[in-house]
Design a protein around this ligand. Sequence first.
Ligand code: F6R
Length: 278
Amino acid sequence: MNQATKNQERIFLKFPDRDAASKFAAEIFCTAYRKFEKLLFGTATGQTPVKIYEHFIEMMNTIVGSENDLIFRQLDNYISPDSSEDNLPFYSYQTELKNSVWKVPHLDAHVPHEWVSPDAEVGRYITIIEATNKWASYFIQLLGIGDKDGHIAFNMPGDAFDSTVHVVDLNQETIEANANKFFGGDTTKVPKQAITSGIGDILKANAIIMAGFGKAKADIMHRSFFGEVTTDVPASALQTHDGVLFVILDEDSASTIVEKEGESVFTNPEDLDIWESL
Ligand code: F6R
């Protein structure tokens, strides 16, 4: 892996709305697939990626002539003894992606899912991370961000920047946020623990796409990329990432950056040669 890692580069992109932003993010993933023989695509859950995946599936199915291979590797998952494809959003993303991208000759997907012993699953997933990192000629990671605390995957404030896969006790705020997103507001249905890749695993990516849309993400976007690098804001670890970082925003989530740093921070998407930037 890492054949193509360049030195640190940060590209801030602002779009009129979420759909345009999602389409561009999908274009980056498809370009990476066309460019690299063995692409490892680190997937995220939550609401942010939904439209990105829709555009990605659509674009991937129009690609002709590529023999390149693709592995999806999910960042995190709830620990739920009752987990099934029906009751966990995480599973359905993976299933949908794997089933929908039908033009890729070699396709695989990994997600933490064996709950008999969470500790054993941590070990199994670490082995998967090492093996897929080794397999890949390029690793591109998609991330969303926690509105208030800047969590990435389930790495919460205070987590070390060099962490690897671990079990997390979800805090009340995360449980409530997930209840509203996925479980009709019912906190009793939300699993209380999760397994997550560590920040150290995320930082190994050649390219990271951080996407966040809407006013609720505006403050944390500015704090993460222009504030102090601190474990209090897990996403601020991305300032130390040695590779290319795309921060993909809409007008609302970009608003604090525009206000405090000015328009000059942003690259015009039309001027960006995605192939060259990877
Ligand atoms: C990623 C993940 C979380 C979300 C974050 C933002 O797999 O579990 O880190 O990215 O909570 O969630 P949304 O996108 O729903 O705002």
